[in-house]
Design a protein. Sequence first.
Length: 451
Amino acid sequence: MRYHLLTLGCAKNTVDSMRLEQALRGGRHVAVDAPEDADLLVVNTCGFIDAAKAESIEVVRELQASRRVDQRLYVVGCMTQIARDELIEAVPGVDATYGVEAWDAIAADIGPASASFDIPDASPGLLGGGAPSAYLKISDGCDRPCTFCIIPSIKGRMHSMEADRLLAEARWHAATGVRELVLVAQDSTAYGEDHDAPDSLAPLLERLSAAVPEVPWIRLMYAYPGRVTPRLAETMARLPNVVPYVDMPLQHGSDAVLRRMKRPSLRVARRSLELLRAAMPDVTLRTTFIVGFPGETDAEFEELLAFVEAERFDHLGAFTYSPQPGTPAALDPGQVPTAVKEERYARLMELGQRLSLEANRAQVGRELDVLVESREPTTSRGGGPVSVGRTLRDAPEVDGLALLKGSYAAGSMVRARVDGALHYDLLCSPLEAAPALAAAAGPRRARRRIR
């Protein structure tokens, strides 16, 4: 059977889709790039916030409206775990729904491919998508008590992946030519705690670094404030292929709001930031905030802006608060009007954009490596070729880009000088002439990201 898999939501969903592909390829089914070429359409949904649910429904509705009568449509993942009835009511006619981590059950439902298919056996590792970066999900689920978050209801208790399996996956990615491994989890710094082994992220990084020395970038996402230990910070600084980058979602900059969220205090957050900056003076810090949380006053929002201004994060993302059924915050009577939330969101993002520009301008004149991601170069206003990639300061899909003069193959690591800065992107020139551009290879995978 030919299947077309569309992934929505976060990086962790990307890993889940890869596990689903592993199960499907184990049944000798084959992926296709275009929905019209598929026998089976699969949507891996996101249900984290209302906007994510709305986009999931929209995508499923579009596929339902355009699919042939002989095509099957499966909807799986986070949204169907918590809001299956809502999806079915919005899009009647879906053939099957599955919740999270039901990959083997989905493959069993579909059954093995016809004997007429001549498909190579699947690799024992995860399937790659031909991209220079790959996600490595080190744990799933969450034990934190955040009053706004529905993830524990979707994913359950935190459970760490076995280190030996992670090392095997990392080696497989390295063998396929991956140049960057991005470690993701609901809370990466909780790794090992479910096995009574706190502070296990540092030794995992040591083992990963040694296992794949040919991978130049290992990146850490989704650290929890207060869980960054001196050992972790020092380990990151010491390992040559662990990049000085941390994504630490802080959620707010007012202690009063953080208490209502049941999140760590600003004192705790600042201690983690100080540890990282002391160990890695050139560290790039990314964070995320929620605006319009129930009861958020004008003064509390101003505290958030002041905190962001003082800490001067390199990258900043934000959400307007979205009440999720079953969470304590959804029952709070102090819901903030939508217009107020949107105005505060715009102000915060304007500040974040200014700080991002200032951080990028500080890079002008520096020499940095650029990991090329574009399969084919684009063209500058002057008519010359421009390859698109990232420096180690930017994570895939969420941060800025590096626009590099010249034609380079995807996966190339090019030493370059930063010539200019935009609000989110860097303008770069290579320090050496570009080689002849080889034809890019490898399958593409359909993906839409909810921002």
